[in-house]
Design a protein around this ligand. Structure first.
Ligand code: SF4
Length: 327
């Protein structure tokens, strides 16, 4: 890995959907991204910009029509060993899932087995990773539920008997029970009311603090990123276009798309008219040439439509925009 402190690195990752009739959707294009130990990294951008595909690519949850064209995903396990996710056999991949790299996809109901009591779903996680005695498992699970503010009694429930907030927290407990190094969480607070959202935010922060877990939090909700993340990567049309510390991204967005996202956030009591983004993201089967944001960009220059901007490094910020050339 290029950085000593990184626990996960994506290098030049490109993934396409080949959806027939020669149509290729370039959902993830040449992505470079790293997550540090104990870090909560946000992945932000409008719907359809490739966030979920990038998470699936990192987790190697890849099947046709999705195809990883190039790049590598490397993870550092607790003894310091580095693993290239795409060089593992299927059996090796199953072993590191949950123990090293865990994934919480969107929609808690789709993750849980509706016909199985919650306790059996925890037993199933442990069964995949070795022989454990049920009593020992229950002791560990009850401890985790307590830490997450959930009652032991939910272990006897079926998923549909839990409220949305309890179910979401249970899914997060299932994903983190083996204390993985990195958790990928896709829209973990969507469809939750404000009270439950706050609970999930606190729980993620507690897990990071207690177990040193790193998170990638995917959300289109910039307010959530502002509350929970240490750094944010902004994704547009399959590309990472800006990465920086959360404070800096909010106080001084450098990429015009990031600026548009920040300006779209409604503020309590704010009387100023929102100056968000105009237009729509491009069709990724036929993205525009040059900078993919140029048809919507208020600052576009002639070369923006011709030449793709490279990555510019400004302090600890990474930005792909011609406005930063020579700065
Ligand atoms: Fe706008 Fe040009 Fe920067 Fe793209 S490269 S965001 S079009 S100024």
């Amino acid at each position: 890995m290029s950085s000593e402190s990184s626990v996960l690195e994506c290098r030049n990752v490109t993934a396409h959907y080949d959806i027939g009739k020669g149509i290729r959707v370039r959902a993830v294009d040449d992505v470079e991204l790293s997550v540090k130990g104990r870090e909560i990294l946000g992945l932000a951008g409008e719907s359809g910009c490739g966030k979920t595909t990038l998470m699936r690519t990192i987790y190697r949850d890849v099947s046709p029509p999705l195809r990883v064209v190039s790049g590598s995903v490397t993870i550092r396990v607790k003894d310091g060993e580095e693993i290239d996710i795409y060089k593992l056999s299927d059996a090796e991949l199953r072993r590191i899932r949950a123990k090293v790299l865990s994934y919480i996809p969107q929609g808690s109901m789709s993750v849980m087995n509706p016909t199985s009591r919650v306790k059996h779903q925890f037993f199933e996680v442990f069964r995949k990773y070795g022989r454990f005695k049920k009593g020992e498992i229950l002791q560990q699970v009850k401890g985790r539920l307590q830490e997450l503010g959930l009652r032991e009694s939910i272990l006897e429930s079926y998923p549909h008997q839990l409220s949305g907030g309890m179910r979401q927290r249970t899914v997060i407990a299932l994903a983190t029970i083996m204390n993985p190094s990195v958790v990928l969480a896709d829209e973990p607070t969507s469809a939750l009311d404000v009270v439950y959202q706050r609970g999930v935010v606190e729980m993620i922060q507690n897990i990071r603090d207690m177990f040193g877990t790193s998170f990638i939090i995917v959300s289109h909700d910039m307010g959530l990123h502002n509350q929970i993340t240490d750094r944010i990567a902004i994704m547009y049309a399959g590309k990472i276009i800006e990465v920086g510390k959360t404070d800096g991204i909010f106080s001084d967005p450098l990429h015009p798309y990031t600026e548009g996202l920040i300006n779209s956030i409604p503020r309590i009591g704010g009387s100023k008219k929102l100056e968000g983004l105009s237009g729509l993201p491009p069709n990724l089967a036929n993205p525009p040439p040059g900078c993919r944001f140029h048809p919507r960009c208020p600052y576009r220059m002639e070369k923006c439509a011709i030449e793709e901007p490279p990555i510019f490094r400004i302090g600890d910020r990474v930005v792909s925009c011609w406005l930063l050339e020579g700065k």
